[in-house]
Ligand binder design. Structure first.
Ligand SMILES: CC(C)(COP(=O)(O)OP(=O)(O)OC[C@H]1O[C@@H](n2cnc3c(N)ncnc32)[C@H](O)[C@@H]1OP(=O)(O)O)[C@@H](O)C(=O)NCCC(=O)NCCS
Length: 183
């Protein structure tokens, strides 16, 4: 079971903690101020009192998204827009196989770059290692733990063990928040 929550926000980085508390309190049906959230030494936030509840958050300039699951989870979101430095970044950080996948055709290179990039980020966030894990040491193209999806002009990748046995979309729900959590 994975719940995804998405919300527009003026300053998502500043609002991250409020957002996390809100989605977790909705999920757990507890008061948001009672949640004891700490970060691992690599920066992954976790709930001290609910070791079997996993969550992760991602933000762009104007959106924030969170995922909650009963399995370890990583989520990454990017806005789809032209990326002039893709080639240079890809050569530095991606595997040869991933570079070939992105650049083997002229069309949609930005989109394929973002697909690979968000999958990488979701993977390192799932593993909880963040920047400790070098991006060129693992390949995300055929990893069954990672799915990639689109919502409007945003691309999302989510990494979780539960996708390995995933047969339908019953265990995956999106929640678009119509009423801001910051009101
Ligand atoms: C955390 C990390 C994995 C993702 O960062 P990002 O994509 O820039 O930012 P996102 O908005 O998607 O995610 C940020 C959230 O990830 C979470 N996070 C931080 N460290 C984490 C970790 N080790 N594991 C899982 N989640 C983590 C935090 O909740 C953070 O939100 P907060 O700062 O509001 O608390 C980042 O530290 C990283 O390692 N990025 C690699 C980027 C890189 O190599 N760039 C160089 C080429 S340009």
């Amino acid at each position: 079971m994975i719940n995804i929550y998405i919300e527009e926000a003026m300053d998502p980085k500043m609002k991250s903690e409020i957002f996390i508390r809100w989605i977790l309190s909705e999920y757990l049906k507890v008061d948001r101020d009672e949640l004891n959230i700490k970060k691992t030494k690599y920066g992954k936030p976790y709930l001290v009192d609910y070791p079997y509840v996993h969550f992760n958050v991602t933000h762009t300039k104007d959106m924030i998204a969170g995922a909650i699951s009963d399995n370890p989870i990583g989520i990454d979101m990017e806005r789809i827009k032209p990326r002039p430095h893709n080639k240079r970044i890809a050569e530095k950080f991606l595997t040869k196989n991933e570079q070939k996948y992105i650049f083997h055709r002229k069309d949609n290179q930005d989109l394929r770059f973002l697909e690979v990039w968000t999958r990488k980020e979701a993977y390192v966030k799932w593993a909880g290692l963040g920047m400790k894990l070098s991006f060129d040491t693992f390949d995300v193209l055929d990893d069954d733990r990672i799915i990639t999806t689109f919502i409007n002009e945003y691309i999302f990748s989510i990494c979780s063990d539960c996708f390995i046995d995933w047969k339908d979309d019953e265990s995956f729900s999106f929640c678009f928040n119509e009423k801001s959590v910051y009101e």
